[in-house]
Design a protein around this ligand. Sequence first.
Ligand code: NAD
Length: 472
Amino acid sequence: MSLDTNPTIVDITTPAAVGSVLADLRSTFSGGRTAGIGWRKRQLQGIIDLLERNEDRLIAAMATDVGKPPFDGWLTDLLTTRDEAKFALDHLAGWMKPTSHPVPLVAMPSKAWTEPQAVGVVLIISPWNYPVQLLLSPLVGAVAAGNCALLKPSELAPATSALLAELVPQHLDPEAVRVVEGGVDVTTSLLELEFDHILFTGSTRVGKVVMAAAAKFLTPVTLELGGKSPTIVAADADLKVAAKRVAWAKYLNAGQTCIAPDYVLVERSVSDPFTTLLVEELGALRDKAPAASIVNGDHIARLEGLLGAHGGNELLTRNTNCTSRVMDPVIVSEPDLDSPIMQEEIFGPLLPVIAVDSIDDAIDFIQARPRPLALYLFSASRDTERRVLDGTIAGSVCVNHLVYQVAVPSLPFGGVGPSGIGSYHGKAGFDTFSHHKSVLRRSTKGDLSAMYPPYSGTIQKLMRKVSRWPKR
Ligand code: NAD
């Protein structure tokens, strides 16, 4: 579609051109139409329609970009995003209600409340690995909160980016939600502008670029980043189920999932049987299930580099098809902890397995490293679960499975420390893109002159007495 026929598809590379898109969005926001519940509901329904009516095209675009198997594309990108939008649609009226707050005696008579208000025009920057979900799920929170939004899909998923640029204006208010396609140069131009909030999903490295740019305007940021998400396998775990689930989560999207298990810490007493089961399960997936491809040659080279210097034992044979960009999974047993595979986020189908003497050692191992986006535990014991929950800091935890925490729309999703700032999904998404404005309304009746200076001795005594109520 050309720019002439659809002004919402923007091919821009200059800061001035992006600036004019932002100015248009600001003008729409100032006009006030995004504030009402009707507009918000129509946008949420628009997201649902976009996903449901274009399922085949979206799945095909993701297959073109990252070789995503069709069912995986439906499950992880389309279904999750549709459920997110449906959840928001069902709960929006409640989320928009003001919250009443108690008033202390000194401020009586009065009424105090907070009310959520849209922040304005927000920028959403997404990565390539879940190119539909990670662009449209944040949009659910943004439009539910009544904002205008500028969306920047990833240039590394070009077919999906182009399709979303075509579909978004067909299903959502084209004067309030705009898609800007392009690479790093375009993102750089966008970051030179003043938005009211930026939600960025991507690497920790680029997250720092985004935050530094936002700091110039004191623009609030939500950073959904990556990192090394550990999996602990306790000696009392159901090893067969644990191996099956870890293998599934690692195989999903060829390990290119921000919350994929990055490495496994397994209690030494069960390390051998667990590793044998893991080899069987991952080998079976490799042989029987369709695999997603690695996004590009640079990432294949990066992953092969990680295999080049780990100092451990490789279980499962290395095999990369450079044409299809499919890389078979490899388990690396007992890698050198200083090697790149244990220092960098893997983001691919390589899985280090390390034996630890105890759960406490696993906790110490995790706590000595940057705070992860997700943490997984397989154990039959609630005591072990409690010890791990209390002893570690991570963005989210899933016990006895992996990745599924992201499919619960009411659970906030986000990292902590270097794995991210802020969260979204469900009400957390609505809150992220809202300002909860505090309001106090006082009556003008009964305006006592004694309450203004100079305060009499009697009123001072009275105020001090009243300030002690209620007595504790
Ligand atoms: P990336 O950081 O390279 O790119 C993300 C976005 O930033 C893209 O739109 C890209 O155009 C833009 N970008 C890239 N370099 C830039 C620069 N120098 N200046 C400005 N913008 C720039 O990430 P990616 O490779 O697309 O995705 C992989 C990373 O994303 C992994 O680290 C993964 O863990 C993380 N991730 C996190 C989540 C989450 O929800 N927390 C989800 C998916 C992926």
